[in-house]
Design a protein around this ligand. Structure first.
Ligand code: MF3
Ligand code: CO
Length: 264
């Protein structure tokens, strides 16, 4: 099964890093406009300008018929929120997910932004989810079974009592948005392959304040928690290295406890 996981050489990884850098810049450039009063469609329209300015392809638009530039997932929306007339309010949390294509190579990354006065509980959710991603990245080193990445995320999140979404998982990425392997955010009950240097992983914990259960709305995309509890989503594309994942979508962290004025 690990035969099906692509291994990229340093030249290929430098191309993936270009796509990753653009993907990360798009997220960072979106951040200042995520303010009360803007609609998610206006955010998506602004993303269209950013993709144009970068001169890159969009990994999501048209993927399986996906209609948006980005995924914009507010509060109880876990993933795959489509820009529409929903208005962002003070106190909301907004997950932004963006993927760029540069010379046929894909980047994929996501983050959840706090808008104005957000509850301490939701800020903790953000900090825990971002940190969980980094715990997973740390384990993305050669020789480690992939299950160590999954397990590190689960082990970090569990003591907080938050929901770990199971219906959506991380994935390999490279010449396509989704390649092998699947990367659950919990230790699966079946063995996963050992990691090799140069495997490219999109690690993306989706964590909720309540249930892990999600349902997809009638638009066939928008995934919400079944109990309406709020969700956070952080994602990086990383190359498996000798000491951990080499982050190809590198950008500043936005949800360290000290940045949010909380303790975990
Ligand atoms: N990061 C998400 C994923 O890997 C975004 C996909 S949105 C889609 O599944 F529209 F492209 F499906
Ligand atoms: Co992804």
């Amino acid at each position: 099964m690990s035969d099906r996981i692509n291994v990229r050489n340093p030249n290929e990884i430098s191309k993936l890093r270009k796509a990753g850098e653009v993907s990360a810049r798009i997220l960072m450039d979106l951040m200042p406009i995520i303010k009360p009063g803007i609609t998610t469609k206006e955010i998506d329209d602004y993303a269209a300008e950013l993709f144009k300015r970068e001169g890159c392809g969009n990994a999501f638009l048209g993927y399986g018929g996906y209609p948006g530039q980005l995924c914009i997932s507010v509060n109880e929306v876990v993933v795959h929120g489509i820009g529409d007339n929903r208005v962002i309010h003070d106190g909301d949390i907004v997950s932004l997910d963006a993927g760029a294509i540069v010379d046929g190579w894909y980047g994929d990354n996501a983050m959840t932004v706090a808008v104005g006065n957000v509850s301490e509980e939701a800020l903790r959710l953000l900090a825990v989810t971002e940190e969980a991603l980094f715990r997973g990245i740390e384990q993305a080193r050669q020789g480690n079974p992939l299950s160590e990445v999954c397990g590190a995320i689960e082990d970090f999140v569990k003591p907080f009592g938050f929901g770990i979404v199971r219906d959506y998982v991380g994935h390999g990425v490279g010449r396509h948005l989704h390649e092998d392997p699947s990367i659950p955010n919990y230790r699966p009950n079946y063995p996963l392959p050992r990691l090799k240097r140069g495997m490219i992983l999109a690690i993306e914990p989706m964590i909720t304040l309540g249930t892990y259960r999600v349902k997809v709305l009638d638009d066939d995309w928008t995934a919400v928690t079944t109990d309406g509890s709020w969700a956070a989503h952080f994602e990086h594309t990383v190359a498996v290295g000798s000491h951990g994942g080499d982050i190809l979508t590198d950008r500043p962290r936005i949800a360290l406890p000290e940045q949010l004025g909380i303790t975990l």
